[in-house]
Write a protein that binds this ligand. Structure first.
Ligand code: CU
Length: 139
């Protein structure tokens, strides 16, 4: 009997020891998870930064407005609103998804001058006659 009791208590001791280790491992593991979680969360927030900007985009009519806003919209662009009277295009975009150069490139490809950057001759000439902002007044 004493032998059995001795064995049992040894097993119990081993189990207690094992449980203790598991406890310590779980504690370390949860601390590690919290650290990983915080790192992921902080980099996530940093990447999701939204930048607002205003670009001067030349145009003359309602058709220009549609074309300019459509060209400005793209991956990562939250909004794009062009004002015909002032030529100002208000935009907001996510810096982890796009960059200003990409938005400008689309506007130039659509034939519109952006912040003094002139589109390729073919792009400008592809505009309908009523949208030739270099030759026409606002209408
Ligand atoms: Cu137009």
């Amino acid at each position: 009997m004493t032998k059995v009791a001795g064995r049992l208590s040894l097993i119990n001791l081993l189990l207690i020891h094992f449980n203790y280790q598991i406890d310590e491992i779980m504690k370390l593991y949860s601390i590690l998870l919290v650290i990983i979680g915080m790192t992921v969360a902080s980099t996530g927030y940093a990447q999701k930064e939204v930048v607002e900007d205003t670009l001067t985009v030349k145009g003359v009519c309602g058709m220009c407005k549609e074309r300019i806003e459509e060209a400005a919209y793209g991956k990562g662009v939250k909004y794009a609103t062009w004002d015909k009277a002032t030529d100002q295009l208000a935009i907001a975009y996510r810096t982890d998804k796009t960059q200003l150069e990409e938005i400008e490139a689309r506007l130039l490809a659509a034939g519109h001058e952006v912040n003094g950057k002139v589109p390729a001759k073919e792009s400008y000439e592809a505009l309908p006659k009523c949208c030739r902002y270099e030759e026409l007044e606002k209408h």
